[in-house]
Write a protein that binds this ligand. Structure first.
Ligand code: ADE
Length: 245
């Protein structure tokens, strides 16, 4: 997969060289480039924003630098289309989820447009949508200062799903959200620590009972903490649900 990130704060994206995305790059699964939007400005001050038409607080990102940046980074190929998917992190986007991450992980080329201020002139997105897939994505119902941190989150969630990335594919299958449930609690040695014991069943060696216990814990947690997630009532029949504390 190829990923291009466009931002006015490229240094914000330094973590892409580390840890998980760094590992994906080392394995040759991911090719990432970060671009400074100001490279596509032509005035002395490298201006990227201006006051909003219609008035109001804050500044809006100007269309011209974004248009040139996208022309360069997501060029139109055959049929007047670009092969890229444009990802625009914004609090007004569709909610990000494990399912969206899995979908994005199937693309060959993602371009992240990191907005700042009050956002990017809408025509940039409308124009891009006429030549490529555009996904406006929100991390949640809160406002960050710009799209950079959100882009890091999305890239990490996507990179770990790339085929061949995870050494142990089982850990992908078992983790939170993969089956629509939160993950069960986990324990490691020692079996007793500060007076707290690991649940007996996990020391039993009985794989059937362990699997049943984990499933019940996942259902209980999901019902208590995230009643909005999928947990069909029939699955919960055998689990007594305590109200969230
Ligand atoms: N940019 C600013 N706030 C954001 C959010 N909540 N999600 C994604 N991108 C953002």
């Amino acid at each position: 997969m190829r990923i291009d990130v466009i931002s006015i704060f490229p240094a914000y994206l330094a973590p892409l060289d580390l840890s998980l995305p760094g590992k994906a790059r080392d394995k040759g699964l991911l090719d990432i480039a970060v671009h400074d939007l100001r490279d596509w400005t032509h005035d002395r001050h490298h201006t990227v924003d201006d006051t909003p038409y219609g008035g109001g607080a804050g500044m809006v990102m100007k269309p011209e630098p974004w248009g040139e940046a996208l022309d360069a980074v997501a060029p139109v190929v055959a049929g007047g289309r670009s092969a890229a998917t444009l990802v625009v992190p914004t609090p007004s986007g569709l909610p990000f989820s494990q399912q969206v991450a899995a979908d994005l992980a199937t693309r060959d080329h993602l371009v992240f447009a990191c907005g700042r201020y009050e956002g990017i002139d809408q025509r940039v997105l409308d124009h891009a949508a006429s030549r490529m897939e555009v996904r406006e994505i929100s991390l949640g119902d809160y406002v960050l200062n710009g799209g950079e941190v959100a882009a890091l989150v999305v890239i990490e969630a996507v990179a770990r799903l790339l085929p061949g990335f995870m050494g142990n594919a089982e850990s992908l299958v078992e983790e939170s959200h993969q089956d629509g449930l939160l993950e069960y609690p986990v324990y490691t040695k020692p079996a007793a620590w500060r007076g707290l014991e690991v649940p007996d069943v996990l020391l039993s060696g009985d794989h059937g009972r362990i699997a049943a216990w984990r499933r019940e814990q996942a259902l209980r947690r999901t019902a208590e903490r995230r009643p909005d997630l999928r947990h069909p009532a029939e699955l919960l029949d055998d689990v007594e649900i305590r109200p969230a504390e």
